[in-house]
Design a protein around this ligand. Structure first.
Ligand code: ADP
Ligand code: MG
Length: 677
């Protein structure tokens, strides 16, 4: 199965290139390229019973083939089929070559959209298939794959079928039979076959279940192996006198919430322990995680070490820098920022400060993990918004020192038990309450016709001294188009309401430009920031209390919650307006969920309910370890079973050599990465 896909029947050099775009290099890659959903084309209808506009499958015998040319450059091939109840014409546009394919007397399936006209029933054929072949495209559950241009679904399905026919036999079963039996799972061959061409949705669901179980099992085996090894390692002890810590806490403009205090105690214990800290702090947007990072950094410096803080965006890194250098200045802690906007000369100076130990706290983006960055004595690495980083990046930072303590922070709302299980390599603390006095954000969904009301409200608040955000709709096709869209929106708004100070923010601005915009926004020199989703994570300007999200239904729930989290960060009542007319029912439901709930956990739960079993692949990633099919929330039940099974296997490794080897093959690189710490 590891042979290049090019040698598979039906794939030439050209198709191989297209497949490469989908990251399919080998036959195995192809077989493991799963459909994103299935289309039920199994209901076969009689021609006499067809209804205008419906999309369905019919079966009939070819009785007539004719070509009509209604106008220049448009040739319609009409293929009449009869099923005893009547005749329907399959229509094909500019595909004259099909004339020789539809031979009178052959039985054929048409799947397409019905158009009834006076005395004629036409079918705009999406896919056809002859009756005497094994059915792949019609009259069954049909797999729908995410494909690329110039690769037709029909061709692709056939390739999958060819691969399965020829190579499925070669596949060996990695899971012990007793496990398959214990959980009533199909074997791998059957599962792969049924994932692509299931006979029923029960069959595909069971196949998926099996693959998910295997993914989780190998994952937990790998994590378990890593943890066994890791716990043997010594760690840097960060204890210190507590003097700096106290001074810092006393200097804060607010009192720590009891949730923050509880988590801080947990972190402090870890830091002081002999094994390296490996802790995840999870808390909803706005729960006040930054201050916990700050405390840990103070503690590291107090004990004579350097601390690093890595954030996923320039904007956020810069914000942390400004915030922390202000808080740390009275304590004599030196903070530096490794920013993309630094000139190479300045960058060198920062590198030097990090290396010779002048810098106590170092803040930056991915720039921190570049080779040129050498620490004097790194004792603590904090990773903010960890779901934005891969395992590799996370551990590269830790690798900059020896047995460095690691603190990772995330707003991904998943239940505690799940987090504990999933982040097997991390201990978990949860900041489970917002700072006192926070008022729930009031959220309203308005149709496009009513958007004027939202803007009028925003401008009124701004006139009273507040600030706001306008988030531009998502343009998925390209960043360039996205930038054009947000720029246009900005120009339109600033022209229409010139009495206000507008700002523009997007991903293509230079780092220095971004810094300037954010600084002006923080100082209220910009009153309303028109932005793409670059402000999605972490940005904290408490005076901003209104956010308008244009075409909000284009965003997923998790993202909407994050974006909305830019407001509701201060004393003022905050408002979120979701604008737009959703194109589908699901979009409407999303808007209503956002109106109803403020709590990230609740929203995640609703999100889960929304995404029924129709969707196949796991879209919610754990951040660190990627799963192909498994979805950590949706597949929780399987996840816990797999964890239990993995724990048992780990106590009895000798009897499960093959599985352990497989886990290492699959996750070995990542484990090595972690082991090096
Ligand atoms: P997140 O958890 O989303 O990273 P932040 O750490 O950015 O949240 O905190 C959000 C806002 O709440 C910030 O403006 C911060 O200064 C403020 N904050 C944090 N802790 C407290 C507290 N105990 N009391 C009042 N405000 C707080
Ligand atoms: Mg944050």
């Amino acid at each position: 199965m590891d042979i290049p896909v090019q040698y598979l029947k039906g794939v030439g050099p050209q198709k191989a290139k297209l497949l490469q775009k989908l990251k399919i290099e080998t036959v195995k890659d192809l077989i493991y390229y799963f459909p994103k959903r299935y289309e039920d084309r199994s209901s076969l209808k009689k021609i006499s019973e067809l209804i205008n506009d419906e999309v369905t499958t019919v079966l009939g015998t070819v009785v007539e083939v004719k070509e009509v040319i209604p106008r220049d450059k448009l040739k319609i091939l009409k293929v009449g089929i009869n099923d005893g109840s009547g005749t329907a014409y399959g229509c094909f546009f500019n595909q004259s070559y099909l004339k020789n394919v539809f031979i009178k007397g052959k039985k054929v399936y048409f799947y397409g959209k019905v158009e009834k006209r006076f005395f004629e029933t036409n079918i705009y054929v999406y896919e056809y298939e002859f009756w005497d072949k094994e059915l792949l495209h019609t009259n069954r559950l049909v797999p729908i794959y995410p494909l690329t241009e110039n690769l037709s679904p029909k061709t692709f399905r056939q390739l999958i079928k060819n691969a399965l026919d020829k190579y499925l036999e070669e596949i060996t079963e990695p899971l012990p039979e007793e496990i398959l039996r214990k959980y009533s799972l199909p074997d791998l061959k059957q599962a792969l076959m049924n994932l692509h061409f299931p006979e029923s949705s029960e069959q595909s669901e069971l196949a998926r279940r099996r693959m998910v179980f295997e993914e989780f099992l190998l994952f937990f085996l790998a994590i378990g192996l890593y943890k066994e090894n890791y716990q043997k390692k010594p760690g840097i002890v960060i204890a210190g006198s507590g003097e700096l810590e106290k001074k810092f806490i006393d200097s804060l403009p607010f009192k720590l919430t009891s949730a923050q205090e509880k988590v801080w105690r947990e972190i402090k214990e870890d830091l002081a322990a002999k094994k390296p800290m490996n802790r995840l702090v999870q808390g909803d947007v706005g729960s006040g995680k930054t201050i916990l990072a700050a405390l840990a950094l103070v503690k590291a410096v107090e004990a004579g070490f350097q601390g690093a803080l890595m954030a996923p965006t320039e904007i956020l890194a810069e914000q942390h820098y400004l915030n922390l250098s202000r808080l740390f200045a009275p304590l004599g802690i030196k903070v530096v920022l490794l920013s993309g906007s630094l000139s190479s000369g300045k960058k060198e100076a920062v590198y030097k400060a990090i290396k010779n130990g002048y810098a106590d706290v170092i803040i930056g983006t991915h720039a921190l993990i570049q080779e040129a960055v050498i620490f004097d004595n790194l004792g603590l690495a904090v990773i903010d918004e960890q779901h934005r980083f891969g395992v590799e990046q996370r551990s590269s930072l830790v690798e900059k020192g020896l047995y460095v303590n690691q603190l990772v922070m995330s707003a991904t709302p998943i239940p505690r038990t799940l987090a504990l299980t999933l982040y097997g390599d991390l201990d978990v603390s949860i900041v489970d309450a917002l700072p006192a006095g926070r008022k729930p954000i009031k959220t309203y969904w308005l149709s496009s016709q009513d958007k004027g009301k939202a803007y009028a409200f925003l401008l009124k608040q701004v006139a009273e001294g507040r600030q706001g955000y306008v988030v531009c709709p998502l343009v998925e096709e390209s960043e360039k188009l996205q930038v054009e869209a947000v720029t246009k929106l900005y120009e339109k708004l600033s022209k229409k309401f010139p009495q206000f100070k507008w700002g523009l923010m997007h991903g293509r601005l230079k780092p220095a430009e971004k810094e300037e915009v954010m600084e002006n926004f923080r100082k209220n020199n910009i009153q309303i920031l028109v932005s793409t989703t670059v402000i999605e994570v972490g940005v904290d300007v408490p005076n901003a209390n209104v956010i308008i999200i244009e075409d909000a239904w284009r965003f997923g729930l998790a993202q909407l919650h994050q974006i909305r989290g830019r407001v509701g960060r201060g004393e003022h009542q905050s408002y979120c307006f979701l604008l737009g007319n959703p194109r589908n029912q699901e979009g409407i439901v999303r808007m209503k969920i956002m109106e109803k709930y403020n709590d990230g956990f609740k929203i995640a739960e609703e999100d889960l309910k929304l995404r029924g079993p129709g969707e196949l692949s796991g879209t919610r990633q754990s951040g660190a370890w990627e799963f192909k099919l498994a979805d950590i929330v949706r597949d929780q039940a399987i996840l816990f079973l797999a964890k239990k099974e993995a724990d048992e296997i780990l106590t009895n490794k000798e009897n499960h050599r093959a599985l352990i080897t497989l886990a290492l093959e699959k996750y070995g690189d990542k484990i090595n990465m972690l082991q090096k710490n």
